[in-house]
Structure formats: structure tokens, C-alpha cells
Design a protein around this ligand. Sequence first.
Ligand SMILES: NC(=O)c1ccc[n+]([C@@H]2O[C@H](COP(=O)([O-])OP(=O)(O)OC[C@H]3O[C@@H](n4cnc5c(N)ncnc54)[C@H](O)[C@@H]3O)[C@@H](O)[C@H]2O)c1
Length: 252
Amino acid sequence: MRHLDWGLDGSTVLVTGGAGAIGRAICEGFAEAGARVAVADLDGAAAEAVAAPLGGAGFAIDLIRIADLPRLVAQVEARLGLPATLVNAAGIIRRNADYLSVTEEEWDAQHAVNLKAAFFLSQAVAARLIAARAAGSIVNVASQGFWSGGFGGSVVYNAAKGGLVTMTRGLARAWAPHGIRVNALAPGLVETPMLVTPQTTRAEIAALEAQIPLGRLGQPADHAGAAVFLASAMARYVTGATLNVSGGFLMY
Ligand SMILES: NC(=O)c1ccc[n+]([C@@H]2O[C@H](COP(=O)([O-])OP(=O)(O)OC[C@H]3O[C@@H](n4cnc5c(N)ncnc54)[C@H](O)[C@@H]3O)[C@@H](O)[C@H]2O)c1
């Protein structure tokens, strides 16, 4: 038996939010591992722009339209084959400094993308895998805030990410008998527009970096290897885990 084999060559992976910063890096990582990459995003043109150079396909989807999710899986299956791997990387954040003015709409919007869509797309993929008696793997992109509660007005977002981690554990247990592993990865402080805006000062970035043992903010590319690992045969005995990808910002 080979010990170091990704086992992803020729398989299909579906990455939501694949046109985003971290999602794109994850798509590139899977392509390097030989997978056929389906890039699903609200922005269909951006999804296609990520997918084309990887030999994959882009799909325009609004993930909060739950009724459309089984159709997305069917479209991916028709174009690239049944996705053995699903990466739920799409996410949105709406910060609110003191939580006294959070609206119901802001709560619902964040939970719809970050948690509800991830559940129902996982359901749609798992249903197809189980019907086909095929093994598979789901990787959920959570956040360090699932553990810390989050910083900078991100409690509503991180309540959803906490739900995502809980869901990861529960689905891992439920679908293990079908050969479907479910894991999460938790990015820390990543240098993307979600964290660093044009208004962020050099001093503010330095203050963040000072809290990270590896001494720098995360980059989108730092997450590709973690996602590929969790989906791969190298992690065949790993399920229900949440991999900390934070440069040591959090340790749990
Ligand atoms: N950037 C960070 O610091 C950080 C830290 C921890 C966790 N994360 C998580 O990592 C993931 C990727 O974050 P990012 O920084 O790359 O963000 P990003 O904004 O660059 O990418 C998110 C992508 O999701 C897509 N998306 C949003 N809503 C959608 C919907 N309804 N339907 C389809 N697609 C939708 C967007 O179009 C975008 O391309 C998210 O789940 C985020 O919560 C990010």
C-alpha cells in the first residue's frame, strides 16, 4: 500500500466561493493534485475565469437558493463527473461593532450563506454519493472565531461558523458508514478584503501579526494544502476534525 498518495487524480471536486480569495487558492491546489475542479460562485464569470486555466468549469449559483442546490450538483455531475469532494468555502461577513444594531436581515444573510447553504449542499452531494455507493469527502471552511467567538464585530458570522463546526462533527458521524468523511479547516487572520481594507493601517496589521506565533498574516495560498489534505486519501482516517490553519494564532 502506498502511504503518500493524494488519491485525487481524475476525481471531481466542487468548491463553493471558488472565485473568492481562499476558494480560488483551494481550487488551484486541487487542480495541482489532479482533480477536475467545479468552481461555484455568485459571480459566474469570475468562477469561469478561475476554472478555465485549471481545465475545470465555472457555475453561477446563489447558494442561498436552497432549491437550486441539487440542480447544481446534477450540472457538475453532467459536466465533470460526480463530485467526490465538496469544499464549502463561500462565506460572507457583516461586522457590527457592539451588536446593538444587528438587524434580523443581517443575521439571516450571514447564517444563510455560512451555515444553511453549506448544510443543504452537503446534503445534495451526500445524497448522490450514497445513491451511487461512492465514497467522498466534505471540507467546510470555518474560521478561528468558531473557537474564540471572533473579534472586530464578527459574532453573528462566527455563530454561523460555530454551527458549521458542530455540523461537521455531526455529519461526520452520520455519514461515516457511507464512506463520506466530513472535516473543517479554520483559517485565522488572513490577508484578504474580509480582514484588511484600504483603511487598515500598517500599525494595525503589525498589531495583528504580533499575536501570530508564525509572525505574519495568513495568505489564501496557505489554505490550499490543508483543504487538499483533508479531502485526500492521506486523511483517509480523519473525520470530524477541524484543522487549525492560523499560524498558531489559536491553539486548541
Ligand atoms: N479572509 C479571512 O480572514 C477569513 C478568515 C477565516 C475564515 N474565512 C472564511 O474563508 C472563506 C473564504 O473567505 P475569503 O476571504 O476568500 O472571502 P471572499 O469574499 O474573497 O470569497 C468568498 C466567495 O464566496 C462567494 N459567495 C458569497 N455569497 C455567496 C452566495 N450566496 N452564493 C455563491 N457564492 C457566494 C463570493 O462571491 C466570493 O467569491 C469564507 O468562508 C470565510 O468565512 C476567511
